[in-house]
Design a protein around this ligand. Structure first.
Ligand code: HEM
Length: 393
């Protein structure tokens, strides 16, 4: 069997990859790809669900170190790039804040007030762009609040996070932002050392396991990761959920009447259109996946977006259906690096969608605006969601 890119699939980096991925799952479950402009090594793309799970659970053969190779220069020491016991220890130190039981407090004190203020700002207008006016502003403010960054500084914090994240494209700006963010956080960190307030910064500077504390490099590395990992991802999935509801009016009516259905809306959207469609690893030894030989040192891209549409797991996988029986999707990955923020993401999505349904009655797509689309390859979401609703004072 050949594992080279089949003809017709060479538009690999497309804005609408699901059709190509369906062909990949049927014809070439692992595709060898050369031509990544940033990394000249041939890489291997894993398209099927069960192969994706096997790779993500085998951290000894498929290392996460690749996640630090480029972006680590700008972000510092990264949890996403660690392996084995070192990763486990770091994760245990930072995990407390993200447990479901701790999140209840953030729900009442932070998440609901942030989303309610955003909805109150647009409710009298009768029309809005739900991306520019709501989703692009909401998770970023929640993360700033959880970290302990004053809300009035959230735009500056988000601007640094973006410059750090795009550091590989503009190294000078990326390094300057990385240093500026640390200089901004240092006095806040010092304050929390002597006077903890219950926010994430306080947790992180006092966290201790077996006498071990987070080094400064790891502390700032974690803080630099939080906005790209937690805000960019959640805001796009929220856009995808709203897109799904607005283009399925029967489901929108059902959920408006019965909010218990929100859990199904959220899980089905995570399966159908996750915002992060692939997760990277590097082979540590010569190995194989689905019979495809993979030499040591090769990047391996696990196509979680493709795995979530695998017909061996999900009937009628291209359809968005909220009556689907629950099954394990890979939107949050699996194995030792499974998303640390998944409970927070679900909570934000639930509170956000609930507030929109409560605050914007009669919500529908703006008939005078172009129909929105969900687009992107590695990160997917709608760029705008023009809507109209019944204005309220
Ligand atoms: C819908 C929204 C989200 C999606 C789709 C998502 C997706 C993912 C995925 C696929 C991974 C695994 C990466 C890998 O295996 O290499 C991951 C890890 C991670 N996520 Fe999320 N995420 C979301 C929200 C969040 C939020 C809200 C936070 C925190 C504020 C967060 C923090 C993290 C962290 C810290 C990791 C690294 C965990 C580790 O390396 O052990 N994520 N996320």
């Amino acid at each position: 069997m050949s594992y080279e890119m089949p003809s017709g699939m060479d538009a690999w980096w497309a804005a609408q990859p699901y059709e190509m991925w369906a062909r990949a799952r049927a014809e070439r479950p692992v595709i060898r790809y050369e031509g990544n402009p940033i990394d000249p090594r041939p890489s291997f793309h894993v398209a099927r669900h069960d192969d994706a799970v096997a790779v993500l659970r085998d951290w000894e053969t498929f290392s996460s170190s690749i996640n630090s190779e480029v972006i680590g220069t700008y972000m510092g020491e990264l949890i996403l790039g660690m392996n084995g016991p070192e990763h486990r220890q770091y994760r245990n130190l930072v995990a407390h804040t993200f447990r479901a039981s701790v999140l209840e407090r953030w729900d009442a004190e932070l998440v609901r007030p942030v989303i309610d203020a955003l909805i109150a700002g647009i409710a009298p207008r009768g029309r809005a762009d739900l991306v520019a006016d709501v989703t692009a502003r909401y998770p970023v403010q929640v993360i700033c609040g959880i970290v302990g960054v004053p809300l009035e500084d959230h735009e500056q914090f988000a601007a640094w996070a973006d410059e750090i994240n795009t550091g590989p494209l503009n190294p000078e700006r990326g390094m300057a932002a990385s240093q500026a963010m640390r200089a901004y956080l240092e006095p806040l960190v010092e304050e929390r050392r002597s006077r903890p307030t219950g926010d994430l910064l306080s947790e992180l500077v006092h966290a201790e396991i077996d006498g071990e504390r987070l080094s400064d490099e790891r502390l700032y590395g974690f803080l630099r990761l939080l906005l790209p990992a937690g805000a960019e991802t959640t805001f796009r999935v929220m856009g995808n959920a709203l897109f799904a509801l607005l283009t399925h009016p029967d489901a929108l009516a059902a959920v408006t009447a019965d909010r218990e259905l929100l859990a199904a809306v959220i899980e089905e959207t995570l399966r159908w259109e996750t915002s992060v469609t692939m997760v990277s690893r590097v082979a540590t030894v010569d190995t194989e996946v689905a019979g495809c030989p993979i030499p040591a040192g090769s990047p391996v891209n696990v196509l979680t977006g493709s795995a979530n549409h695998d017909a061996s797991r999900f009937d009628d996988p291209e359809a968005w259906r909220i009556d689907r029986p629950p099954a394990q999707h890979l939107a949050f990955g699996t194995g030792p690096h499974q998303c640390l923020g998944m409970h927070l993401a679900r909570l934000e999505l639930r509170a956000g969608l609930d507030a929109i349904l409560n605050g914007l009655p009669g919500l529908r797509l703006d008939p005078d605006a172009p129909v929105p689309v969900v687009a992107g390859f590695a990160f997917r979401g709608p760029t705008s969601l023009p809507v109209v609703f019944d204005p309220r004072p």
